[in-house]
Design a binder for this molecule. Sequence first.
Ligand code: 218
Length: 190
Amino acid sequence: MQKTNVASIAEIALFAGLAMVLDIFTQPLSLGPWLSLSFKMVPIFILAFRRGTRPAVLAGLIWGILQVVTGQAAGGWLNLWQGFLEYFIAFSLIGLAGVIQPLFEQTLRKHQSLRSWTTMILGILVGSLSRYIVHFIAGIIFWGSYAPKGQSALIYSAIVNGSSWLGETLACIIALGLLFPFIKRFLLIS
Ligand code: 218
């Protein structure tokens, strides 16, 4: 595991701040009622691929805390347990995107270019799925009363969180795919 140093602490703050700025100043790109693209997780993924899992988990946690203390989370905050789960735990888990790169480093040394794209996409999937599993569970437990009449809490949560997971994940894969050739030399992925 990498030693924490001043540069990585500064980058944790920087990338958490960047995610927060995107959160405040950008709007999801709506592609219809069920799909809107949102790029806000990109800074956390970049940090995960640059510094590894631990710094990225910390940056995700800070982003979650920032949303709560700035009032940005108000619409998504029902009570302490739910808020803790969906802002502190869920956002921290985005950083798990960093677990893939060390695995690939050890197991797949050949096929350089294929490896880097696979690492990036798998990392994004692991981070975003980990986050959204928490939102899905919280959706069943805490948001069930918002379900349309006749729809179970489970189905409601699967639809709501499934569609925002898809929009966020697709957007991050597209955005990082476009950025990747330009930022590659700043990442652990090669
Ligand atoms: C069914 C349902 N509705 C709302 C929420 C709350 N939720 C979902 C996804 C992401 C976030 C964090 C802010 O973007 C929140 C609070 C839910 N879990 N389930």
